[in-house]
Every structure is written in C-alpha cells, then in structure tokens.
Design a protein around this ligand. Sequence first.
Ligand code: GDP
Ligand code: MN
Length: 397
Amino acid sequence: MNIHEYQAKALLRSYGAPVSDGRAVTRAEDAKNAAGELDGPLWVVKAQIHAGGRGKGKFKEADAGDKGGVRLTKSVAEAADEARRMLGRTLVTHQTGPAGKQVNRIYIEDGSGIETELYLALLVDRASSRISFVCSTEGGMDIEEVAANTPDKILSFTVDPATGYQPFHGRRIAFSLGLKGGQIKQCVNLMGLLYKAFTEKDMEMLEINPLIVTDSGDLKVLDAKVSFDSNALYRQADVAALRDETEEDAKELAASKYDLNYIALDGEIGCMVNGAGLAMATMDIIKLYGAEPANFLDVGGGATKEKVTEAFKIITSDPNVKGILVNIFGGIMRCDVIAEGVVGAVKEVGLKVPLVVRLEGTNVEEGKRIINESGLDVIAADDLRDGAEKIVKAVKG
Ligand code: GDP
Ligand code: MN
C-alpha cells in the first residue's frame, strides 16, 4: 500500500526526522490560508499523487501551466495561484503512464535552500532476507538511471537483523555521501530513526529523493515515498487509515474488497485461475502462444459463487480484454462452483468476447454440465496448452 508524500513526511516527523513545515489542502479556497501559516520566503507547492517524477511531469490541461507538479513560489498569493492551477488537473509523469493521475490534493511546504541533493532508500532485499540501505550522491535524479550509467555512485548494504541498526551503518552512509562535521552525527541519528520507522511500521520501501543538505548545512528530508507491506496492515491500523482509494486501480480496489488476488496488466487476454502457480503458468503459456495476459487473477481455494461472479465482472470491465480464459484445476476449489460463478456473471453483465473454459478436477462433470446447459457460447478446452491455443486463436483469428 502506498501513501502520499505529505503523509509519509508526517509519519517520519513523528519519529523525529527533519522535515519542513507544510499543509495539505484539497480545495483551492483553502490554499491561501494554508500558505499563510508558513514562514516563507519560499513556498513549495506540490501535487500529491501516488507517483514520482512530479517535478519533471507535465499537466494535460493547458490552463494548469507548463511547470510540472512541484512549483517554487515567492509569495502566499503566488502559492495559492499555483495550487488552484493544479487542483483537479491531470499530471503525467514517467511513473503514471500516459493516462496520468488527477491531482486531488496539494501540499504546500515551507521552501528550503538547497546546498546538495542526495539519494537515500531503505528496502527489503529479498535475496538476503534483510533490510538494505541504498544511498548515492546523485540525488534528485532517477535512481534507475544512476544505476544503469554510473553504478559506482551507489552504495548499498544490508543490516543484520540480529544486531539491528548500528551507528557504524550511519557513518558508512555519511562518509560515502561526503558529509562533514555535525552532518555526520545528524546522518547517524536520521538513519537510525528511519530504520526504526521502517521496521515498526512494516514498510516495504522508504525512498527519500532528495535528502538534502540545506544552505545552513543541515540534513533534511525533502521528498518521501513510502510503501507498506499490505500483508501486515492487519496490525497497522494507523497506517491502513492513510489509504487513499482514489489513487488505486479501480479493478484492483474492487478485487481487494472481495479478497481476490488480482493485478491489472496491459495485455488482451483476461485470465481467471485458481492458485498462484497455475495463474503464473497460465500467463506464461498465453505469452508462449503469442498474446499477452490482461491480468493476474487467483480466485483462491475456497472461493464462493459470489466471489467468482465478482472476479468475472472485474475481468469483463476491462476494455482491453478481447478474450477470457478460465483455467481451473479443482482441488479444494470445486469446478461446479466456478461454473456457477461464470454463468451467474455472464447473465448479469453479458459476454461480448470469446470465452475459453478449461475445467479439471473435483466435480468436473458437474461443472461441465452447468456450462453446457447454460446455453453460453463457451469454447471448451481439454488442458492448459489447448486452452491457451484456443483463446489466442479466438482473439487473434
Ligand atoms: P518528485 O519530482 O516527484 O520527485 O518531487 P520532489 O519532491 O523530489 O521535488 C522535485 C525537485 O524539486 C527536487 O529534486 C528539488 O530540486 C526541487 N524542490 C523541491 N522542494 C524544494 C525546496 O523546498 N526548495 C528548493 N529550492 N527546491 C525544491
Ligand atoms: Mn523526488
């Protein structure tokens, strides 16, 4: 689960991180008062969307101005103007995709004088099963680009969970970032509290780009991007409360309400499968036969007819879907339940694209009977290969 920059900064501030004062607003008429509560002489007006690259982004609407989603202003009135220009408009960045994201919230922040921009991140390193620090002197840039072009400018190391964070970790980062004097102690403290926040709040990633040295020589968190482990939200009620559903994919949101494991993808073949392994294999074999999956969907073991109906509705609501492959190997999941769910969903929302169904396993005969007697225009498949071949053929001709 992702949160907004202003929420991430409030969270980090509560752990003692150096963060500028700021105010979040959702209505243009509140922007002037919000900016007036900050000291100046610089006010930074920042679009709040769950995507990075806002500074270099572009708005779709001309009246939003051509300055991107992070704007430096020199007065309260100018800050309020920029907030009004961005609110309700669509910002496109390299992380939003071409459709962009509507800006529903603006963060106005007390501006900082910048001496240097640095990069810092904490993330879960799956290879070592540890939390790792990543830092670079190349702040404010796309870290993927730095990694590709000048990998020697990135320092990365993991923390042993048995000892946890130690001051030497912080010093190692400070020296590699070229920090001096009091900044080294600030860095040791900051890295310690970031590590504490990361572990206590079950974060998956914490990226500060840029971490800056201000013109008065102090470290400050200028941008903050945090994502949390969704599987841990049950024990993080205060984090779960920060969720902004307007930022999430509507189909993924609907799926999460029904406890379906659904990920939207870019292809044209909708898949309904039981079991994550079979779902992965189904996506692979669709690709093997020359098409692309429109989604990953694991309906799980104990899915009800209602759950299957919802899953099918989510798949058909995707305008990119040109065909659907239902691939069920009934173990705990019963084929008749799947068949009833599919038939129920088609009765509700109709079927405008070819549908290939492959059923095998528990109650398979009953499942096939339900589909055959429903009068639905279904293409039956015998196995995984046959199913993939038939749906790709039906879609591509
Ligand atoms: P992003 O583009 O979505 O990553 O948004 P950031 O919060 O990282 O801001 C983009 C850039 O705007 C930063 O790299 C800075 O160069 C600049 N910026 C942001 N806040 C300030 C500020 O308070 N003062 C100054 N001088 N520049 C800022
Ligand atoms: Mn940034």
